[in-house]
Ligand binder design. Structure first.
Ligand code: ADP
Length: 637
């Protein structure tokens, strides 16, 4: 069959150029990536063989073989896994089908990646990292179970194109042959290969073997030594999760974490336990110390790797963990599930449900314990994953309180950097206080300067500051230990129940002026009313109780949803001298020309106070200038 030359998709070429030219340290990770691909290919073949034994082609035993040929300058990584057809190889090694590619390309140019090439693995572009050490890569592959047909040879020098060709391949699986660059020949040394495998791939479940030279007593001549070649397994293949907690040093837990997560940092917490009873399983779970770049993306892969009696069944088993704990990584090994379990079965399986419930409780308990006993570490974890955890309040009704117990917020009562829990809030709240008050905002400084806080400060009521986009969505109206959470920027706030008569009098006093205001601003606000939340400022804008919080509005817009424009309510502070003065003008001449100007100015002020722009900045500044001129005129006369 003829040779076909194909172009790499643009982004692959871009990626290759960046990879070859920008990553000088840690080139050794290429071997980890190839071994990981080989191991995945074996897992897939083994899984398929459970229902289709033809895949095995009568050859038993899974194996990854490394061959270093110093004479030819090549390093070969062979596996007897699932293999690829021609179509599959063109797709897998000619394009990048991941949605994270753009982010990856952007990240590759950043310093973080240059300093931490381990991050490469996160993006799933591992294969191409081999071009850091190889001038040319040749791949021979044949799909398992298709003996006698369908072998393919793929070849590229990483310069914009690759070739594919039909070839015969006797054994199933894939051979990746690297022509090692002159200056990288050290990767052909036995000890180098050994140490890289020990460092990165020791936990791979399948044997990684290499022919090594060994000295042995000669069978022919007594006292003489001969050199023989013998296949040696280089990795320990230890299923770390099946060992006893007390036997596993922290270092090994960390290495295994790095191996499964492709994270270069250590995890913040290891959760390792064996469950017995209604369901028998072992879980080795990790809470990472930092969030991956794509945790808020829709296609973020969630869930631990599922094993059944040491056989890997699937990589990301999302049925095992709720979405709001998707930052948890790890392995679950079940003794009860059938080996040929499919996705469909998993979705309705009672055992899976039990495991999921158990894991969820364990993770939440662990976070709770961390909060109590390792507060410093907890805050770091919370800062990374608090946003994701909060989704649980919406989705996991039965555990709402346990989840809310984990939340921490900045507050008007604490110094910057000191966070408060809802429990702290309840313990310290004033006896007559009815709700847990909060304010949303995009930055702490902005929120703390908000005029909405005036009355609360005056009364000594604490207000929690919520800075995550989903806060209002999940927390508004939520009841924690009998107290409802209430946004201070929405709805009517009336902290002084006793001042009812005073409010009624003020209401009557200003009724006509307020009618004029309503009329003047009818296009901008849906109502004008007296405020229960201001002491110093003259006015502010508030949303109605059921209206969307501005932060939530932004979130919805970012998700491409239409958000209807909602008019808000202008609240005025009756104790501000401005209103007495306006009322005096109104009583003298209800048709005065200055009143509408003033009213519009008030609305603009309220907009400025909440961090928005005046409706018509030119008109605003013109009116201000006019007022200033008049006043200065008065002073100088
Ligand atoms: P990733 O492994 O993260 O998907 P890679 O660039 O390393 O990214 O590999 C791309 C794809 O090529 C893999 O998803 C897999 O489908 C295929 N592949 C790579 N190596 C092998 C192999 N040894 N056997 C079978 N398929 C492979």
């Amino acid at each position: 069959m003829s040779l076909e030359r194909l172009e790499f998709k643009t982004e692959v070429q871009q990626l290759l150029d960046l990879m070859i030219h920008s990553l000088y340290s840690h080139k050794e990770v290429f071997l980890r990536e190839l071994i990981s691909n080989a191991s995945d290919a074996i897992d897939r073949a083994r899984y398929e063989s459970l229902t289709n034994s033809a895949v095995l082609e009568n050859e038993s035993g899974w194996k990854i073989k490394i061959t270093a040929d110093r004479g030819r300058g090549t390093l070969t990584i062979s596996d007897n896994g699932i293999g690829m057809t021609k179509e599959e190889i063109v797709e897998a090694l000619g394009t990048i089908a991941h949605s994270g590619t753009k982010e990856f390309l952007a990240a590759l140019q950043s310093k973080a990646i240059k300093d931490n090439p381990e991050l490469i693995g996160q993006f799933g572009v591992g294969f191409y990292s081999s071009f850091m050490v190889a001038d040319k890569i040749t791949v021979f592959s044949r799909r398992a179970g298709q003996q006698g047909a369908g072998g393919v040879k793929w070849e590229s020098t990483g310069d914009g194109s690759f070739t594919v060709e039909d070839v015969e391949k006797e054994r199933r699986g894939t051979d990746v042959i690297l022509e090692i660059r002159e200056e990288e020949k050290k990767y052909l040394d036995e000890w180098q290969i050994r140490s890289i495998i020990k460092k990165y791939s020791d936990f791979i479940e399948h044997p990684i073997v290499m022919d090594v030279e060994k000295e042995q007593d000669s069978a022919l001549k007594k006292g003489e030594k001969v050199t023989i070649k013998e296949e040696e397994t280089l990795n320990s293949m230890k299923a770390i999760w099946l060992r006893d907690r007390s036997e596993v040093p922290e270092e090994e837990y960390n290495q295994f974490y790095q191996h499964i997560s492709h994270d270069s940092a250590n995890p913040a917490k290891v959760i390792h336990y064996k469950a017995e009873g209604t369901s028998e399983f072992t879980a080795l779970l990790y809470i990472p110390s930092h969030a991956p770049y794509d945790i808020l993306f829709r296609d973020y892969k969630i869930g631990p790797t599922l094993y059944v009696k040491r056989v890997q069944i699937m990589d990301h088993c999302e049925e095992l963990i709720p979405h709001y704990l998707r930052f948890v990584k790890g392995v679950v090994d079940s003794a009860d599930l059938p080996l040929n379990v499919s996705r469909e079965i998993l979705q309705h399986n009672r055992q899976v449900e039990i495991i999921r419930t158990n894991i969820t409780k364990k993770v939440l308990d662990t976070l709770g314990d961390m909060k109590k006993e390792q507060y410093g570490d907890y805050i770091k974890v919370y800062n990374e994953f608090g946003r994701v955890l909060k989704e649980g309040l919406h989705y996991d009704f039965t555990r709402r309180e346990a989840i809310a117990d984990l939340f921490l917020f900045p507050s008007t009562k604490t110094e910057e950097g000191v966070l408060r829990s809802l429990d702290d809030y309840i313990n310290d709240m004033e006896a007559q206080q009815e709700a847990i008050y909060y304010i949303t905002g995009t930055s702490l400084a902005e929120a703390l300067h908000s005029p909405y806080l005036e009355t609360f400060r005056g009364k000594g009521y604490e207000v929690l500051v919520m800075l995550d986009d989903i806060d209002d969505l999940v927390l508004s109206g939520f009841e924690y230990k009998g107290k409802r959470l209430k946004s201070i920027t929405k709805g009517d706030i009336d902290l002084d129940k006793t001042d009812k008569t005073e409010k009624e009098t003020a209401k009557k006093q200003y009724a006509e002026l307020m009618d004029l205001m309503k009329d003047t601003l009818k296009d901008d606000v849906k109502d004008v009313r007296l405020s229960g939340r201001l002491t110093d400022s003259a006015c502010c804008l508030v949303a109605d109780e059921g209206d969307l919080d501005p932060q939530v509005e932004k979130l919805l817009k970012a998700m491409g949803q239409e958000v209807p424009l909602k008019k808000r309510i202008l609240e005025i502070n009756p104790s501000h001298p401005l209103f007495a003065a306006m009322k005096a003008v109104f009583e003298k001449d209800a048709k005065s020309n200055t009143l509408p100007d003033f009213i519009k100015l008030l609305y603009d002020q309220a907009l400025i106070l909440e961090g928005s722009k005046p409706k018509d900045p030119a008109a605003f500044s013109k009116t201000i200038a006019k007022l200033m001129a008049e006043n200065i005129g008065k002073e100088s006369s």
